[in-house]
Design a protein around this ligand. Structure first.
Ligand code: SF4
Ligand code: SF4
Ligand code: SF4
Length: 153
């Protein structure tokens, strides 16, 4: 079974070269002004969007002396909404839209006061800002193909 990719800080190359280069020094986590870089079970940095979002400030990349994080590496993550979205179940909720600065999330009103949600992956930056505010944890980040979905970090 293939393991799901882990959300490393921006600039991390593929997992093999990242693991080779990262010394687990923690400098990236200390540099992150949003406090979203934690350590995984092995001590490697991993992103957590439980309380914040990535602003793509590149502070983590600048702090990484071993070169495990490199500017220009494509950021492949984009938001994806799960089946438990309240809006899909006829409950009024627009919270994620309110937190999306990129305006990637929109709602089209339907008869009866309901609304269809759409998430535009071309507009989504993969910042993760919509994840924590969602009251039911319906939003995750998933990776998409580099040739169509990448943005430089
Ligand atoms: S780019 Fe900035 S906000 Fe994003 S993880 Fe790195 S230091 Fe934190
Ligand atoms: S915040 Fe969550 S539950 Fe509410 S509309 Fe967005 S994805 Fe759905
Ligand atoms: S990840 Fe960021 S840009 Fe994408 S939908 Fe969520 S808040 Fe908007």
């Amino acid at each position: 079974m293939t393991e799901a990719p882990v959300q490393r800080p921006p600039g991390a190359a593929g997992d093999v070269s990242f693991h080779d280069a990262c010394t687990q020094c923690g400098d990236c986590a200390r540099a992150c002004p949003e406090g979203i870089i934690l350590r995984d079970g092995e001590g490697f940095p991993v992103l957590s969007f439980a309380e914040g979002e990535c602003t793509f400030c590149n502070a983590c990349i600048d702090a990484c002396e071993p070169g495990a994080l490199n500017a220009g590496t494509p950021w492949l993550w984009r938001a994806q909404v799960g089946d438990n979205c309240l809006s899909d179940q006829g409950v009024h909720c627009r919270t994620c839209q309110d937190f999306c600065d990129a305006r990637a999330i929109r709602f089209q009103l339907k008869p009866g006061g309901l609304a269809d949600m759409s998430l535009d992956r071309d507009s989504c930056t993969g910042c993760g800002g919509c994840i924590a505010p969602c009251p039911v944890g319906a939003i995750t980040l998933v990776q998409f193909k580099p040739e169509t979905e990448a943005r430089p970090c």
